[in-house]
Structures are given as C-alpha cells and as structure tokens.
Design a protein around this ligand. Sequence first.
Ligand code: HXH
Length: 344
Amino acid sequence: MTNSVSHSIPSLCDVYKDYFLIGAAVNQQTLQTEQNLIKKHFNSLTAENEMKFEHLQPAEGQFSFEYADKLVSFANDNGKKVRGHTLVWHNQTSDWLFTDSAGKTIDRETLLARMENHIGTVVRRYKEEVYCWDVVNEAVADHSQALLRDSNWLSIIGEDFIEKAFHFAHSANPEALLFYNDYNESDPDKSDKIFQLVCSLVEREVPIHGVGLQAHWNLYKPSYDEIRKAIEKYASLGLQLHITEMDVSAFEWNDRRTDLKEPLKEMLYLQAERYDQFFQIFREYKDHITSVTFWGVSDHYTWLNDFPVKGRRNWPFVLDHNGNPKPAFQRVCQVPGTSRIMSN
Ligand code: HXH
C-alpha cells in the first residue's frame, strides 16, 4: 500500500532546482509507504539506519548489504542521489568492534585496521552510487570543556581517529565528497568547537569537503541569528555545507506534553513561519549550501515520535501524515522568481 500523491502541488526538489538538492532520510518501511512522495519531492536520499555500522557489519567480517543495496538501487532506478550516513560514530556501532574474542578492549592498531577495513569495504562497494559520506558523526563534546566527546574511538585510537577515517574514505573513493556531521551545530558554544575541529582538519590538509549541519530544530530554538552566524562561520572554511537531518519539532526538546493526537493550529502556523525563515536563510547562502535533507519524508513517520519523550507524538515535516501539504509546505515553496505553474 502506498499513499496517493496530490498532483496539484509542486515538487519540492523542482522548486529548489536552482538552489540545492532536496533530500529525505528513508528506511525500509517508508521506502514502501511513502514511495510516491519520495519519487515526487526529493532528488537525494539518505538511509536513516541502513548504512550505520551495526547494520552493515553486525559481526566481524560479516557484512550485510541487503537493505542498503535496496535503497541504493531504488535511488538509481529513480534518478536520486545518495548521501552515505555514517561511517564512524559512537552510537549504533557493533559491540564486537572494540573488543577481542576474550572480551578485552583491543589496541589502537587493531581498531585502526578494523576501521580501515569497514570504511574501505563500504565506500568501495558504493563507489558509483554514493556521492558523499558523513565520514564522522557527532565527535564533538556537548557541554564539557573537552573538544571531543568520550567514545571508544577516542579512547582506543586517540584524537587522530577522525583524520584517519577521512584518509581511509578518501583512498577508497577519491571522488566522494567527505563530510563531518554534527547536531546543535547552531549553538554558539558547540559551533565554536565544531569550527575548531574542522578548521584543524583543513589546516592539516585532511581530505574533508563539507560540514553537515543536522538541523534538528524546533518551534522556538535555535534563533535565526544563531543559525546565520553558524552558517557564516562554517562557510568561512571554504567547504560545502549540507543541511543533513532537518526537522522542526512541534515541541521544545524535553516538553512532557503527551496528550496531543494531532498538532494544534497554532503549532502549524508557527511551524510555517519557522520553515519560511529557515528556507529564506538557506536560499541566501545557496553559494555554500548544496543540499538540504529532511530526516524523514512526511509526518506519517518520524524518529521524534516517542523520542526523547515517551508517549509524545510529533509532526516535524512540511507534508502531513497523509502526504498532504501543511502550511509550512506552501511557505517553503514561495520562492521569489518561481512561477506558480504546478508540476506533475
Ligand atoms: C541523529 N542524532 C543521528 O545522526 C542519526 O543517525 C539518527 O538517526 C538520529 C539523529 C541526533 C541526536 C544526538 C544526540 C542526542 C539525540 C539525538 O542526544 C540524546 C540522547 C538521548 C536522550 C536525549 C538526547
């Protein structure tokens, strides 16, 4: 079963064809249930989960490419680009990776060899199809004084685990665009740290081509000014910027409100205003921003249902649970200079 698509609304990626790619994160379920919407509105796809370490190499040397292959062939058949997500991360990474057969923590050289093998195998397999990779995800610490977050990667390899990952990815596919990706990227303190990390990679001539701004935002935060400042700071590095995981939650992160079965009218109008402003900013920086990806397709499914607040539903996208345009969709499509001719 798949949702029907209203032909009287424009295609998002058509509207933005002179600006940047418009992407969506998909998974095995939404690739079926949202298939028509995916075909119509997006020209770039990211696997929500299917290319993460624990999915691709659940046991040492045993790669399982079934779901990633499906996504990649769907993208190929339908002329969509693919963003690879993600090679080195502290979450959704198999436990075996950091220990030996006796359960003891492995040494630096062993982990580097495992990292090289994983990155090499995956990046080479999708050489033709995956044009860019989130090589390292979320390595910067949130609130501590430290630059890098505590992780098995950091404690076993040391700070150069990041540049090693980029070098391995680059030698596996010199054509691929390589990104560092993180969240709270517009927070003034965190964006300073992300900038510092990426700056040091650029200075040491590590093969890095872009910064991924996750953009898990909400109706109240971050401010437009914070976003603008963060974009200008990252852009000053001379790298491409991708908005990689955008959603605009109807709630503040920890709002305990779990009683709503559908979004309030006020939420939809505030969300439309927020999306409008966000996309105005993206268009303004189109010389730097080359892709904008939503972390889902429509309100039919979002990782934000039940997370981080159990029992709370959420409606973070521009298409509603039936795939119909929300007020935010209309506003995002109002691009100056674009005629209002509807596409099919
Ligand atoms: C992203 N992390 C990941 O890049 C993506 O792969 C995943 O599918 C979804 C979102 C965003 C994120 C980062 C930290 C975080 C929550 C989300 O921290 C918390 C963890 C538990 C509870 C509260 C916050």
